[in-house]
Design a protein around this ligand. Sequence first.
Ligand code: PXP
Length: 246
Amino acid sequence: MTSVNSESLNNIHLGINIDHAATIREQRKTTYPNLVDIVAAAERGGADGITLHLREDRRHIQDADVYDLKSIIKTKMNLEMAATEEMLAIACKVKPEDVCLVPEKREELTTEGGLDVLAQKDRLAEMCSEFNANGIRVSMFIEPAVDQIEASAEVGAGVVELHTGKYAELGGADREKELERLYQAASFAHSLGLIVNAGHGLEYENVIAIKDLPHLYELNIGHSIIARALMVGVESAVKEMKQIVE
Ligand code: PXP
């Protein structure tokens, strides 16, 4: 774990979230855009990993996508999911390199807030040991809060993904305060031996302050890159982000 974190000091991994490409496909139930082609273009652009969220309502990524993409992703798969028995079973079958446990509400537009690890420690500890036994690294998508970071370490997650959504939404002094909270959270998580990832709501400008989070290993970014891809194509959109975060 230490070697991963020290490597990250000069090489931030960029995970590309492709859910938004699947959303376009599912809106019309077409066969395009083809996610296999999207993944290949993202990897040509320098993606270090591909992130996808199999939601309980299957509004974008479908079960078949998870299986199909596992065999063609050359970098690594980070499968985001709710902490449910159904998702645990799927992950243990597919065996992505990483899973990221996220809170999920049916009515939300996108993932709102972080997972409350503290409130479900026993259940999450059981899930983590199952994932770990299957060789899958587990990340908890949490608010940058000391108690949630401690709980994540205690349940056996090797990774935390700090939720940058509030930082992205806020302005002025409030944004600065949230940034400070993220910086402190990143240092604290590292001091507990956790790998530090971050994501949500990041785009080509607001990522600049986030890429300097201490001990940052990986950023997961989707919406802004897929939107930029409408103008320049997936490969270039990823390349542009990669150049900023490197
Ligand atoms: N990380 C996690 C855990 C997420 O749930 C999401 C959104 O699906 C992202 C990163 C990417 O967020 P965005 O699409 O806003 O870049």
